[in-house]
Design a binder for this molecule. Structure first.
Ligand code: ADP
Ligand code: MG
Length: 362
């Protein structure tokens, strides 16, 4: 059993050692916590900063059991963790965010049904199990749709646009014939996300929304406040809070929205973890999303999500990182690299946040 709040010297176990795990580990270290990471690669980004590594598959029950045995609390840095072995392996070790948040967010059909069930609006959708269901569903939704795999999609992977020129078999083939969801394409004005946290005491703290730009399915930049009005920000925060409460959530969540031309809000998807569109918080807020997550899962009070700068966070993808010398010389930019040795096309190598004075009262 674990006594909360965690004292300095306690151990946090993280499933996944990518850049998110790395940044969580760095934040946890500031409270004197020890970090154990489970990742298939001994050379993962988190390995450079973790106290201890367990090298093995994420869904390996024995590895998960070792991780749980070493940890006072367990968390994860990505939503595709297999829930069954994790539940079996965790034993008495608490898990945060809860397993239900994983189950909801790792299947786009379950996720949309959950959101609609608690009164949160999304794009219209239909579940698709075979190519021959596509014609009817497409007609039903009024054409112009996106076909997405129910599971394992990220950075725009596992998606196919459906219009007059695509045949159903081609579209289903393109996503690997996996169980799918057909979504009505939303003619959004822009996209935003909310990073919010819920503590063990039920307190909720939401950061200001980020306006996000994607390129080839990958987040390119987050701008705060961007085009987001105070009124829109409050509505988006309230939706995030509603989702957190319904999931009895502990930790940080990322909620992605489409903003319509008339300022309507539809939720696109939720991520039960720290989120790329929240990296700016380390440069522009009192406390980063990473520390906020650590606080929540350690049973500490949440910190104020207040922001002291406007900012633009830019992802450094592939060769973008070659701008290192110039970026590190910018006096009002905060550079953060993930320690990945090999530069590859489309690979997230780091991010940089450019700050400017607040444009309106905080
Ligand atoms: P991923 O899990 O890869 O992030 P998303 O569902 O967030 O998948 O899709 C990636 C991007 O594709 C979104 O940020 C958005 O730009 C676009 N997109 C996804 N679904 C829709 C939709 N229904 N209508 C319009 N654009 C969409
Ligand atoms: Mg997304």
């Amino acid at each position: 059993m674990t006594d909360f709040p965690l004292r300095p010297g306690a151990t946090i176990g993280i499933v996944g050692g990518g850049q998110l795990g790395r940044m969580l580990a760095m934040a946890a270290a500031r409270f004197g916590y020890r970090i154990t990471v489970l990742d298939p690669s001994a050379a993962c980004p988190a390995a450079q900063v973790a106290t201890e590594m367990i090298v093995g598959p994420y869904d390996d029950e024995a590895c998960l059991r070792r991780l749980a045995g070493l940890s006072d609390v367990l968390t994860y840095e990505f939503e595709n963790v297999a829930v069954a072995p994790l539940r079996k392996a965790m034993g008495e070790t608490p898990l945060a965010p809860p397993a239900e948040a994983l189950e909801v967010s790792q299947d786009r059909v379950v996720e949309k049904a959950f959101l609609n069930g608690i009164g949160v609006e999304t794009a219209d959708w239909r579940a698709i199990d075979a190519a021959d269901e596509l014609g009817h569903a497409l007609l039903d939704l009024g054409g112009d749709c996106i076909l997405k795999t129910r599971r394992f999609g990220y950075d725009g992977k596992g998606q196919a646009r459906l219009n007059a020129d695509t045949t159903f078999t081609d579209a289903f083939e393109a996503i690997g014939r996996a169980p799918a969801i057909l979504e009505k394409r939303v003619p959004f004005a822009y996209e935003i996300s909310i990073i919010a946290a819920r503590g063990q005491d039920g307190a909720i703290a939401a950061y200001d929304p980020a306006e996000n730009v994607h390129s080839l399915g990958i987040l390119k930049s987050s701008t705060i406040p961007g085009r987001v009005t105070d009124e829109l920000a409050e509505r988006a925060k309230a939706i995030a809070a509603q989702i957190l409460s319904h999931l009895n959530y502990v930790g940080v969540i990322g909620v992605e929205f489409f903003v319509g031309k008339d300022d309507t809000l539809l939720v696109n998807e939720i991520a039960p973890r720290v989120h790329n569109s929240g990296h700016w918080t380390e440069a522009a807020c009192l406390v980063s999303q990473f520390e906020q997550h650590v606080r929540a899962i350690a049973g500490l009070p949440l910190a104020s999500p207040e922001r002291h700068f406007d900012c633009v966070m830019e992802n450094l993808i592939g060769e973008d990182v070659d701008r290192f010398d110039r970026l590190v010389a910018e006096p009002r930019s905060v550079l953060h690299l993930y320690g990945k040795a090999e530069v590859r096309r489309g690979r997230k190598m780091g991010h940089v946040t450019h700050v400017t004075p607040l444009s309106r009262g905080a």
